[in-house]
Design a protein around this ligand. Sequence first.
Ligand SMILES: *Cc1c(COP(=O)(O)O)cnc(C)c1O
Length: 316
Amino acid sequence: MLTKQNIMEAQVRIAPYIHPTPLLTSCQLNARCGNMIYLKSEHLQKTGAFKIRGAANKITQAVADGANYVTAASSGNHGQAVAYIAQALGIKAKIVVPEDASACKVGAIEGYNSTVEKCGYLSSDRIPRAKAIAEAENGVFIPPYDDPLIMAGQGTIGLEILQQLDNIDAVIVPIGGGGLISGIATAIKESNPAIKVIGVEPVSANDTYLSLQNGAITAIAGTTTIADGLRTIQPGDCTFPIVQKYVDEIVLVSEEEIKEAFTFVLERMKQLIEPSSATVIAACMFNKLPSEGKNIVAVISGGNVDMADLSKIIKI
Ligand SMILES: *Cc1c(COP(=O)(O)O)cnc(C)c1O
């Protein structure tokens, strides 16, 4: 199982490739929530999301083991992160995206000099294709979350938070496949078990919530939540045991709450965060947290929003 030691090693390994990100605060947000909220600002990370941390940890190791080619199956933040790190390390990458991937996302990946291949509409089409290409080309497939090196990379956010702030009561983290929260929870709980780690999912993407209730990995049929980074339909085999061990609680937020939180942060804090990250602010704004007057770190996982979608997200 993942340990804090793995995450400390990742922190050293990925330092040349990432920005340490600030903790932002807002008096208006604190007043609205009744807690002190610190936004761990991974929307200001290189490539606009935290996924570069896991990708850097995994791909530097693959290169050390002799790899010179990587593949991934994602049009979103993971695809951009793999493309960026492959370019930084001087190796080739191919990113498999859905047929309907937006031109702006494909452009971002190609801008990092990766090649893009379109394949089907579902991750069940893309993942086997990306794995097959890796095998044929003697390369390495880079998974988005269910891998100890990816989880260790994401966990470096937890170490950074502990280095930046004392007297933390809780850390709130959005959950897709669970790579982000399992890494952060390991770093936090193995440093200070008194700090609560709280997960957030959209009501319509509550697979990890249900899995915890059932005591076993449980899949949902599918979801169209506006929080597109959280649309995974079940937690991972590597991530779920850590969620079971270390996550104190999972809270659920509605689509309307996500939009309101997104709009509040944009209007009052002038920060463009993505809906997947607005979930944690929604949890703070709509009283989903156990108590008041606490120091709460909200992990803002990314800020990549297609400008064509902006009017659908803003709630006035
Ligand atoms: C990938 C992603 C998540 C979810 O991370 P997991 O490791 O899959 O749980 C949350 N927010 C953003 C912006 C993401 O890109």
